[in-house]
Design a protein around this ligand. Structure first.
Ligand code: G6P
Length: 368
């Protein structure tokens, strides 16, 4: 056990720290610089079939669902392909419509989640083509799907999923590049996308060098009973994932919201005892997020900001700031989710939780 943990106290920390390599494994051999695009052999779909796609629908549960939300954002915004992500537990009982020229993805680390498997079967009965995005080779979803892509994360042992998330989104970055290049993206824009993706492992490694600061923040805030996680756009699912990580392993109540939504309810929760974690990339929504941060500060809420190195304005507003390296605006989910994983981890450590085996949770949920 100790050898497998590589000297770490918990698998979760080992798996978080593996991400520079696991992300690399997810895209290695799947990028073609000469063509400025991605290659995903397991899709079993040629260009003539791909170009006819009119809709992508993603089904998944838990962390895999949040990866699917990032995927849907990319496919719509970058590949200009209508895309949605749905909870598999909901879609399986919803009598879903399978549209002509649509493609479905079932995302599952374990490949065994019963809700996702049953949703896949129901979609297939209705004539859908469902591709799997799985980690476990030969798992049921991988076998029953009509093709797909392995994420090659290596075994994920800790119940709370970490490295699988960053690898799942990597597959969506690749598929988005492939589709965008076929539809409207130029070769040089494709290369720019490839360069940005290839720079991700080093940026994540850099985030992982700064974890002592995150540990000290977890200690500082470990008495809080409630947390809000707030982000927008492609980082909205990252806020949901940050909240999920914290509740799963520390048992602290946490909710993720679009920061634009706080005025519709969550802001009523703000007081000096409820810290808010704001994700503030330097993208087109930054200024809106900054003004949401100010609204929280004006109500005596404590703010922990994840901001881009050099963003002194955000650091001046927030009570505490975790800086992440500047990144291409589409690629912030990677450098933003890793500090949130570490924050949840250190919080659980500080509270003496069983990080790898949190109460009431299972790694793979094969019952309804
Ligand atoms: C369980 C795990 C989560 C995981 C979810 C979906 O709830 O505890 O970490 O995100 O299942 O699992 P899957 O294997 O389908 O990705």
């Amino acid at each position: 056990d100790q050898i497998e943990k590589d000297g770490f106290q918990y698998y979760m920390e080992k798996e978080i720290r593996e991400q520079p390599e696991s992300i690399l494994r997810a895209f290695q051999g799947r990028l073609n610089r000469d063509a400025g695009t991605a290659h995903l052999g397991g899709l079993n779909m040629g260009p003539q079939e791909l170009i006819n796609l009119e809709r992508v629908s993603i089904i998944a549960a838990g962390t895999s669902y949040y990866a699917g939300l990032v995927g849907a954002y990319l496919l719509e915004g970058v590949a200009r392909l209508p895309a949605t992500a749905d909870l598999s537990s909901e879609i399986r009982y919803r009598n879903p419509v399978v549209e002509k020229n649509s493609l479905h993805f079932a995302v599952s680390q374990s490949g065994e989640t019963i809700d996702t498997l049953f949703a896949l079967r129901e979609l297939q009965r209705k004539g859908a083509k469902v591709l799997g995005i799985c980690n476990v080779v030969g798992s049921t979803i991988a076998r029953e799907s009509d093709g797909g892509t392995y994420i090659h994360s290596g075994p994920e042992i800790a119940v709370a999923s970490t490295k699988a998330f960053t690898s799942q989104i990597t597959v969506f970055y690749l598929f988005t590049l492939l589709m965008a290049r076929m539809r409207h993206m130029s070769w040089d824009q494709g290369l720019e996308f490839i360069n940005a993706l290839e720079s991700v492992p080093d940026k994540v490694a850099k985030v992982l060098e700064g974890t002592e600061h995150i540990r000290s923040l977890a200690e500082k805030y470990s008495d809080a009973k409630n947390f809000l996680f707030l982000g927008r756009g492609i980082n909205y699912p990252v806020a949901l994932e940050g909240a999920l990580k914290l509740k799963e392993i520390s048992y602290i109540h946490a909710e993720g919201f679009s920061s634009a939504e706080i005025k519709h309810g969550p802001i009523a929760l703000i007081n000096e005892e409820t810290p808010s974690v704001f994700i503030v990339p330097d993208d087109h929504l930054r200024d809106k997020v900054v003004s949401n941060m100010k609204e929280v500060k004006a109500r005596d809420g404590k703010v922990i900001a994840l901001a881009v190195e050099g963003d002194a304005e955000v650091a001046a507003i927030a009570d505490d700031t975790i800086f992440v390296p500047k990144t291409h605006e589409l690629f912030y989910p990677y450098v933003m989710v890793v500090p949130l994983q570490m924050f949840a981890y250190y919080m659980a450590l500080k509270l003496g939780r069983d990080v790898d085996q949190p109460r009431n949770l299972a790694k793979s949920v094969t019952v309804e």
